[in-house]
Design a protein around this ligand. Structure first.
Ligand SMILES: CC(C)(COP(=O)(O)OP(=O)(O)OC[C@H]1O[C@@H](n2cnc3c(N)ncnc32)[C@H](O)[C@@H]1OP(=O)(O)O)[C@@H](O)C(=O)NCCC(=O)NCCS
Length: 152
């Protein structure tokens, strides 16, 4: 197995449309996305048009995508989504590289940043706390997925 030389073996760059299929597989592998969430190429485009960013961590040699960080912007805050590292590349410090780059974007934007993480996801919670994220408190998160059933 090739020894990975961090961080010079990797680049972090903006999403390109040709990445989409690989990214969808990556999100399925890391439990970050499924068809119910509706993360289509059109939605990605729209979030980028609205001033968001989708960062891709890529292994230079093979071109393999090993991580993503998707930041959407609603004019008020940045929401960090789909942050993850491919399982076989975890525990090598790559998430720290990717989160640092993501927070550079937050700083450029000058907005607050928010995220949702499952209360049992201690790996991610440890990471986010290390970078200064604080628990907001006793909030439950609600969503209407099926908008054909809106009650109005
Ligand atoms: C959470 C995740 C992004 C961490 O990525 P990673 O590249 O393995 O993390 P790193 O090696 O950069 O470690 C960063 C920090 O994360 C925490 N962490 C990572 N793996 C951990 C583990 N197995 N147990 C506890 N803490 C862990 C630690 O605080 C670590 O800092 P340290 O090395 O100084 O102890 C990765 O596990 C992942 O992609 N999980 C699946 C997707 C996911 O759950 N994303 C978050 C959605 S909100």
């Amino acid at each position: 197995m090739k020894i990975i030389d961090l961080p010079s073996d990797f680049i972090i760059r903006d999403f390109q449309e040709k990445d989409y299929d690989e990214i969808v597989r990556f999100w399925q592998l890391t439990d970050l996305g499924n068809p119910d969430r509706g993360d289509t190429i059109d939605i990605i485009r729209r979030t980028l048009d609205l001033g968001g960013k989708l960062l891709v961590l890529q292994l230079k040699a093979e071109g393999r995508i090993c991580g993503t960080s998707w930041m959407t912007y609603d004019g008020r805050r940045i929401m960090l989504h789909h942050f993850g590292i491919l399982p076989e590349y975890q525990r090598k410090g790559l998430s720290k590289m990717l989160l640092k780059e993501s927070l550079k974007f937050v700083s450029e934007k000058g907005s607050q940043v928010k995220l949702e993480v499952h209360s049992g996801n201690l790996k991610a919670i440890n990471l986010y706390k290390k970078f200064g994220f604080a628990l907001l408190g006793d909030y439950n998160v609600y969503i209407i997925r099926d908008i054909s059933k809106l009650l109005f």
